[in-house]
Design a protein around this ligand. Structure first.
Ligand code: C2E
Ligand code: MG
Ligand code: MG
Ligand code: MG
Length: 291
């Protein structure tokens, strides 16, 4: 009976309505069980250098393989995990799994880029977070230089001075830091210059119409210039069409991530691409088809 109502309540939540306290507890149990019973899985989305088309990184994106609902998007359960505090446990699992996988790829000699992992604000405010990361790196044997951590602009800015302290420690460990969804938060440039970061990721909302909308183009161009003037790399997210890629390449954007190049995929799928000649030939096929 409880299971049945749990399922209904899940749908209730997924439709974007406010969950009652009871629903919330049921969902929390569902998610707790998901973590314990290995129902979570990581997908990886490749990132490419725009000038050379070479694979430079992959972003790890969590999925919930729900026994009844199939693959559930993180957009549905990350907010719940944040509110219940389960995010800390979930994020540790993600970080460990991503580091293990990256270490395996490094060992095979097939891929030598970085793996990027999303951080939740709550996790980032844990005082012992750098120690937890160091432990995971030591356990998995992954060199820190192959790990990138992403934090959204809005959560970085919300607790800016704590963020700076935390980032300094992580930076000293050799980890790369990226600001995610850049342009959607309320950035203070005074703080931005104090973050020891390596990368800005231009939010997908500005990329969508970048080749056709003057305002989006102006914003994207400004972010590219800002990043370069601060000696940062800049990545465009959500590149879905050839004309967006072309526009970004012509303006000197460093990297791209998006469905035009590759969708997020399972480790097995990534593996197949790495074994069978990489991703570049794939892109050529797409370009030829569009030409
Ligand atoms: P994000 O970090 O900004 O990740 C990019 C999202 O954009 C991913 O959605 C990805 O699938 C999607 N995307 C990539 N390219 C394209 C494109 O060309 N077109 C479109 N329409 N979408 C594209 P996803 O995987 O559903 O993740 C959504 C968000 O959930 C992420 O946004 C991130 O904030 C959060 N998230 C995912 N995994 C984790 C995690 O392990 N921990 C934490 N704390 N948050 C996570
Ligand atoms: Mg991200
Ligand atoms: Mg993003
Ligand atoms: Mg986003």
């Amino acid at each position: 009976k409880a299971k049945e109502s749990g399922k209904n309540n899940y749908q209730f939540y997924a439709e974007g309505m406010n969950a009652s306290a009871v629903n919330f507890l049921l969902l929390e149990n569902d998610l707790r069980r998901a973590i314990e019973q290995d129902q979570l899985t990581l997908f990886y989305q490749p990132q490419f250098d725009l000038q050379t088309d070479s694979l430079v990184g992959m972003e790890a994106l969590v999925r919930w393989q729900h026994p009844e609902r199939g693959l559930v998007s993180p957009a549905h359960f990350i907010p719940l995990a944040e509110e219940t505090g389960l995010i800390v446990q979930l994020s540790e699992w993600v970080l460990r799994r991503a580091c293990e996988q990256q270490k395996t790829w490094l060992k095979s000699g097939r891929y030598a880029g970085k793996v990027a992992v999303n951080l939740s604000p709550r996790q980032f405010r844990q005082a012992n977070f750098p120690e937890r990361v160091a432990e995971i790196l030591a356990d998995t044997g992954l060199p820190a230089t192959h790990l990138e951590l992403e934090i959204t602009e809005s959560s970085a800015m919300e607790h800016a001075s704590e963020t700076i302290n935390m980032m300094n420690v992580l930076n000293q460990m050799g980890i790369s830091l990226a600001i995610d969804d850049f342009g959607t938060g309320y950035s203070s440039l005074a703080y931005l210059k104090r973050f020891p970061i390596h990368k800005l990721k231009i939010d997908r909302s500005f990329i969508c119409d970048v080749a056709t909308n003057q305002n989006d183009a102006a914003i994207a161009k400004s972010i590219i210039n800002l990043a370069h003037n601060m000696s940062l790399n800049v990545v465009a997210e959500g590149v879905e069409y050839d004309n967006q890629a072309k526009w970004l390449r012509e303006r000197g954007c460093d990297q791209v991530q998006g469905f035009f190049y590759a969708k997020p995929m399972s480790a097995e799928q990534i593996e197949q691409h790495l074994v069978h000649g990489g991703f570049e030939s794939d892109n050529n096929v797409v370009h030829l088809e569009l030409a």
